[in-house]
Design a protein around this ligand. Sequence first.
Ligand SMILES: Cc1cc2nc3c(=O)[nH]c(=O)nc-3n(C[C@H](O)[C@H](O)[C@H](O)COP(=O)(O)O)c2cc1C
Length: 175
Amino acid sequence: MTTRTLYLVACAAVPVRRVDVGIRAAQAAGWDVCLILTPSAYRWATEDAEGEIERLGKLTGHPVRYQYKLPSQEDVLPPPDAVLVVPLTANTLNKWAAGISDTLALGLITEGIGLGLPMVAVAHWSEGQGRHPAVGRSVETLRGAGVRVFLPDGGNGGCPWQAAVDALPGGGRAG
Ligand SMILES: Cc1cc2nc3c(=O)[nH]c(=O)nc-3n(C[C@H](O)[C@H](O)[C@H](O)COP(=O)(O)O)c2cc1C
């Protein structure tokens, strides 16, 4: 059986500090997980938690990516079969919906729409951020493009990593 690859794209909202939980949940469902952080999320992981990038790289078995490679460099990750965007910030949401690709994370998820990849996103933002008129419009744009977008539930229940994996095609099972 060929292994299927999941790109887990994580933005700079508090749940990213437990992205290992999401990685393990996806691995348990049979996915080969590659982690891509936004530059802000990468900064949190490097400056706020020493050794975290190395730990996450070891957990996935792939380098943790956060910026575009140079044209002369080889791709270091296998191509994705599906993409999870968890947590999704308001910033990345609005740029994604507008088709902006000025970070590697945005490049992958904007292109993912064009390629028709299965994509699931779990948003995480404050009530105030969520009330900005751009947010609702962006959510509708992405849903219209086929992305499954889950909105913040307003509770303190933490990030629904398992539900995000389960929402992938085939009930989340890679095989
Ligand atoms: C402690 C902290 C918590 C944050 N939590 C959120 C959040 O839950 N949702 C959100 O949209 N932005 C949050 N932000 C703001 C984002 O980190 C900021 O908009 C950043 O530019 C997002 O970059 P990214 O979308 O490229 O990851 C938070 C910032 C800080 C410092």
